[in-house]
Write a protein that binds this ligand. Structure first.
Ligand code: ZN
Length: 287
């Protein structure tokens, strides 16, 4: 079965474009998760499935609380949004944990305060809930000064474990805990559509100077919430040319490499090291 055949016919126009031009695994995953979620909502409505647990929601989604604070008067505005993926800037020479720390680092934005008309605010994001499976998209494709999409081959340490404690609220909702104000097992609608799916990732809204941030993560965090289970790597020089290889854990210690029809056993440690300059999408599972 080809990846494209997984997409629904009614999004074929998008899938067609995807297949011919984009061929981006991150976009494909976003569309696929979106379609599975939509299908679940539709099934519940049409077939009357009760109780129904939305697979995407219960496994991949998490909530980010974004708080904007006026730097002149201290007025705060907060909002919560759901995501199913974190898109992180690379920290060359750093680790995935460093990229995570960079993502959650408070940043300044230009924004007019409706109380004092101050022009600057700080924005900070914290996790309000945690996913069972954390999808991390590394931004290896970036626009250069000429406006061309180029691939970044920077090496980074693919952290075998991640700690989200420093980026979570004290009252963070852990995987499996029911969402407040909702009937347990219900799948609820969010503003999520195939059109949205392409941008339905936690893009950092800032001018953070990520590429020179150095090691700012917490590889030494005592509480590693997540362990890596899968690495999808893009092998190739640019977005238009290349090949995807997936390496995943099957069981506690065994890792397999999936390279088209070739499947072979690999070692996790050496795989993570080998993929330091090609890892593109990472999957971490809550312990
Ligand atoms: Zn203000």
């Amino acid at each position: 079965m080809s990846p494209r055949s997984l997409l629904k016919p009614d999004t074929l126009s998008f899938a067609h474009g995807f297949s011919l031009f984009l061929q981006d695994a991150h976009e494909f995953l976003s569309v696929l998760l979106s379609q599975i979620k939509e299908e679940g909502v539709s099934l519940r409505t049409r077939v009357g499935l009760h109780p129904y647990t939305c697979t995407i929601e219960s496994n991949f989604e998490f909530e980010l609380l974004s708080t904007r604070t006026c730097l002149s008067c201290g007025d705060k505005v907060s909002k919560t949004e759901s995501y199913n993926c974190l898109s992180l800037d690379l920290v060359p020479g750093g680790s995935v944990q460093d990229s995570l720390a960079l993502y959650f680092k408070a940043c300044e934005v230009e924004c007019q305060c409706h109380w004092c008309y101050g022009q600057l605010a700080s924005v900070e994001q914290t996790l309000q809930s945690l996913p069972r499976v954390l999808v991390v998209h590394l931004k290896r494709f970036s626009l250069n000064s000429r406006g061309n999409l180029v691939k970044l081959h920077d090496r980074l340490h693919v952290s075998p474990q991640l700690c989200l404690q420093a980026h979570s609220r004290t009252s963070v909702r852990k995987p499996g805990m029911p969402k407040p104000d909702l009937t347990q097992g219900d799948c609820y609608e969010t503003s999520f559509s195939p059109e949205d799916a392409v941008t339905f990732t936690a893009e950092k809204k800032s001018s953070v100077e990520g590429r020179s941030a150095g090691r700012i993560g917490q590889d030494s965090c005592a509480m590693n919430d997540y362990r890596i289970t899968s690495v999808l790597s893009h092998i190739g020089s640019n977005m238009q040319h290349g090949h995807y290889i997936c390496e995943s854990s099957v069981g506690n210690t065994t890792w397999l490499s999936f390279d088209d029809e070739r499947v072979q056993q690999v070692d996790q440690k050496s795989t993570l090291r080998r993929r330091s300059n090609s890892a593109y999408i990472l999957f971490y599972e809550y312990r």
